[in-house]
Ligand binder design. Structure first.
Ligand code: PGA
Length: 252
């Protein structure tokens, strides 16, 4: 399985800036993808998705959405359906990002519904899980992650006969996102092992891959890159500046 880097651009670039970024850097990025045999997924805002899919159409750069609606169609003001994402050729979608959980009050019941719809539409879900600083400090990390994972397990178990897509579970401790503080790599290694063992007691893990996200940059990527069960990274801040992103990808 190739390594994967997901660039979560959040709302850091405008429509025009996003398109300019892709136009200026797509060829160099494509070259790196081919040389390193790595998957790179750019997740711009909804508005830029369609144009960016066109811009990178002759490259191996993959495009993902930052969220989707929990229903396919209906009276859901402001939402974007996984059906539309599929129609425009969007192959990946982040769901349950902590900023969505916080600002859009999403819980894992909703996130599990999104997971099912994405799988049904053959879009690779990138499901985020992660504990708060309070939970981390009080030793409740594993407990929190297992509670979140239970929803994922239940959702996947219900559709086990229909899915072929890869499922990415992105562990992103909330206290590490955008703070410059990442988790200790040894701690991450142990934790991912535990999560993996937990999931594998309930469902087949053959299509499930793990990512880490939270203040990954070119200074710390090397200490994370050899964790066996981590297949890639979800980058926020460090993915906006092409030179920084390039450095990380080359070091990975
Ligand atoms: P960060 O964000 O790399 O800026 O910490 C990661 C994320 O939110 O996915």
């Amino acid at each position: 399985m190739n390594k994967i880097i997901i660039a979560n651009w959040k709302m850091q670039l405008t429509y025009k800036e996003s398109l300019d970024w892709c136009n200026s850097n797509k060829n160099e990025l494509n070259k790196i993808i081919k040389e390193k045999l790595i998957n790179i997924v750019i997740c711009p805002d909804y508005l830029s998705l369609n144009s960016i899919i066109d811009i990178v159409s002759l490259t191996d750069i993959k495009i993902g959405a930052q969220d989707c609606a929990f229903e396919e169609i209906g009276a859901y003001t402001g939402q974007v359906s996984s059906l539309s994402l599929k129609e425009i050729g969007c192959n990946y979608c982040i769901i349950g990002h902590s900023e969505q959980r916080l600002y859009s009050c999403q819980d894992y019941n909703i996130i599990a519904k999104k997971l099912v719809l994405l799988v049904k539409n053959n879009i690779c879900p990138i499901v985020c899980i992660g504990e708060t600083l309070e939970e981390y400090k009080s030793g409740k990390t594993l407990q929190t992650l297992e509670q979140q994972i239970n929803y994922i397990i239940k959702a996947l178990d219900g559709i086990k006969n229909i899915y072929n897509t890869k499922i990415y579970i992105a562990y992103e401790p909330l206290w590490a996102i955008g703070t410059g503080k990442s988790i200790n790599p040894q701690e991450l290694d142990l934790l991912i092992d535990k999560i993996y063992n937990y999931i594998s007691t309930y469902i087949d893990t053959k299509n499930i891959y793990f990512l880490y996200g939270g203040s990954i940059n070119s200074d710390n990527i090397e200490s994370f890159k050899n964790i066996t069960k981590i297949n890639g990274f979800l980058l926020g801040k460090a993915s906006i500046d092409f030179q920084k992103l390039k450095k990380i990808v080359l070091l990975y």
